[in-house]
Structure formats: C-alpha cells, structure tokens
Design a binder for this molecule. Structure first.
Ligand SMILES: [Mg+2]
Length: 173
C-alpha cells in the first residue's frame, strides 16, 4: 500500500511549503497539469500560476510539466510558463517521466513530482523513487478515464485510512 502514499500532502499547489522542499535538496519540480495546475476547463495558465512559477524560478527551482493529456492540451502551458513539458506521459508508467529525469540530468533525490492523482502521479513518483507531493483535485470535473481512476482511488484511500496510512484532508509535510 505504501506505493500510494505521498511523502507530502498539501491542499493545493499554493499551500506547498516550497522552502521546505528546497531545504530537503529538491531542485526540480515536475507538475501534473489537469486538476493540479488548473481545472480541465481552463485552456491556459491564469495569473496566479504565472506568479507562482516566477516565484519558484526566483527560489532556484526548475519546473516541468508532465501530463497524460495530449500535446495540444499541454503546449499552451509550456508556451506561457516557459517550462519544458512532456505530454501523453502515461503515468503511472514510469518510462516517460524517467526519460525526462535522465535527459535533464536530475538526481533522484533532487526531484519532486506534484499531482492530484494518487493512482497516476504518486504511484509514478514512488516507483521511480523521487519525492511525491499530493494535492487535492481543483475541481470534481474530470475526463471520463480520470473518473474511473478516481473510483479506484477512493477504494485505495479507504484501505489507507483503515490502516492509518493516509487520511484525506489531513495535510502533512
Ligand atoms: Mg491530474
């Protein structure tokens, strides 16, 4: 069950304590897109995200986007936030995210993956062995395939709760 448990759990990307991540040696942040940065309705980054990414850059982080969505969905975020990205990442499969890590010469102990899906983002990160950060989903609105995964996630979260491994809404660093 540990494969589902994130190292850090925050309400959203703005509540993550990036200074804590930095003090732990994290230099690279790999963000999920849908329901992590924006809802699936938003086609481009809003001002709040642009500000956050500016702040992260100032703090010395290098940010990336790794999305399971197709290129046309992800590219506007690359263009406006000026970050490298991968699309159709097939998380929780590790190949593409791993490639991103290797290509950019990141050390595993220097990378954090940040996303709203335990089944995709957290499992992917835990399999690779990088720091995993779970955030609550921005909206209940989801793509059909994501909704199916969310049902599985609810089952997993019930088991985790029963074993006191993870409780939704109980945030931690
Ligand atoms: Mg997501």
């Amino acid at each position: 069950m540990e494969i589902y448990v994130p190292d850090i759990y925050a309400q959203d990307i703005y509540k993550i304590k990036y200074d804590v991540l930095k003090s732990r040696g994290i230099k690279y942040l790999i963000f999920d897109l849908d329901n992590t940065l924006v809802s699936i309705k938003e086609k481009a980054p809003n001002e709040e995200i642009k500000e956050l990414f500016k702040k992260l850059k100032k703090m010395g982080f290098k940010a990336f986007i790794a999305s399971n969505s197709i290129k046309t969905r992800v590219k506007p975020f690359h263009d406006e936030l000026n970050v490298n990205y991968i699309y159709s990442a097939k998380k929780p499969h590790i190949n593409k995210v791993n490639e991103l890590i290797v290509d950019n010469k990141m050390g595993l102990d220097e990378v954090a993956i940040i996303g709203d899906s335990m089944m995709d983002d957290i499992v992917c990160g835990n399999k690779i062995g990088i720091t995993t950060v779970l955030v609550d989903q921005i909206s209940r609105l989801e793509y059909p395939f994501a909704r199916i995964k969310r049902i599985k996630e609810h089952r997993v979260q019930k088991k985790l709760r029963d074993n006191d491994l993870f409780v939704k809404g109980r945030y931690y660093e």
